[in-house]
Design a protein around this ligand. Structure first.
Ligand SMILES: [Zn+2]
Length: 303
């Protein structure tokens, strides 16, 4: 990325993820909280899904953070469902998604019920988001990098309306609730992104020496054991695995436990890989998506 002129900080893309909602509300009411942090860029705040925020629910009609693929945005008829309409509106205001977008960077703040700390999700190998996130893993002992590569036009996430984005997933926090310690750490983290964007615009961040980072790259989502698609789940996350996000899971390790107490072991991957690093373990919002956890591969890189 060259210069970062326009930044959007968003909360409430999922209405019951209250850390981002309350952070945006606080900053809207007290602009001095953020306006001096990145004077070289215009910083805007938005409640991405105000209707879901009002309801304190993830969404009203449809998961809005799955509505920003180019295909979804391009449908010619006016959509019936609220979130598809709102996604188009956000795309008109901050996009349009693609090379001509008005927005250089979106920082979209989410919560997870999983034990993921401050998870920085990068959807592309963008030089600013990589460098800034690497710096933040040095400054915050529970910051982690999850790399979820996806062709940008196909990606359904709000952040992909901008040239670059970080989806900031904060946990563990029950949806619909708040945790003061997590709120304060999140605010500090988002402030640092703004300061680092300013450092980038001064040409200084680029000059920092390479930083070794642990990168957790998306491999695949893993569903719950079921007799058939749509059937009720037949097992729970194994107690030995619960809360152990980012830890290595080896072939033969305990994965699920059935309701009558039998252990189901991890069998490795079809390609012969015998180790993975699960995240989003037991995320409540993913039960409806039939995702028990996301499997990643860990590597160490210099960013
Ligand atoms: Zn979310």
């Amino acid at each position: 990325m060259s210069l970062i002129d326009n930044i959007v900080v968003s909360g409430g893309t999922h209405g019951n993820e209250r850390t981002g909602v309350c952070l945006v509300k606080k900053w809207m009411e007290n602009p001095t909280c953020y306006e001096s942090l990145c004077k070289s860029a215009r910083v805007e705040l938005v409640f991405a899904n105000p209707e879901a925020v009002r309801l304190n629910r993830r969404y009203r009609d449809f998961d809005m953070n799955r509505a920003f693929s180019q295909t979804c945005l391009d449908v010619s008829a006016e959509p019936q469902q609220y979130e598809f309409r709102r996604a188009r509106e956000l795309n008109r205001i901050y996009g349009p998604k693609g090379p001509d977008t008005k927005t250089d960077l979106i920082l979209d703040v989410h919560n997870t019920g999983s034990n993921m700390g401050l998870c920085l999700i990068l959807s592309a190998r963008d030089p600013f988001t990589m460098k800034a996130s690497a710096v933040l893993t040095q400054e915050f002992d529970d910051a982690w990098i999850y790399y979820q590569p996806e062709e940008r036009s196909a990606s359904p996430y709000f952040g992909t309306v901008a040239k670059a984005d970080v989806c900031i997933e904060i946990g563990p926090q029950q949806h619909g609730t708040l945790d003061a310690r997590l709120f304060e750490r999140t605010e500090k983290l988002v402030k640092r992104y703004l300061e680092l964007a300013d450092e980038w615009n001064r040409g200084e961040l680029q000059k920092r020496p390479p930083i070794p980072v642990k990168v957790y790259t998306q491999l695949r989502d893993l569903g719950y054991p079921k007799a058939w698609t749509g059937a009720p789940i037949e097992a729970m996350i194994h107690p030995d695995l619960l809360g152990r996000d980012y830890r290595e899971l080896r072939k033969g390790d305990k994965l699920f436990r059935t309701f009558d107490g039998k252990d189901i072991l991890y069998e490795g991957e079809a390609d012969g890989r015998e180790s993975v690093w699960p995240i989003f373990i037991n995320e409540p919002a993913y039960y409806e998506k039939d995702i028990a956890m996301s499997l990643t591969v860990k590597s160490v890189e210099m960013w």
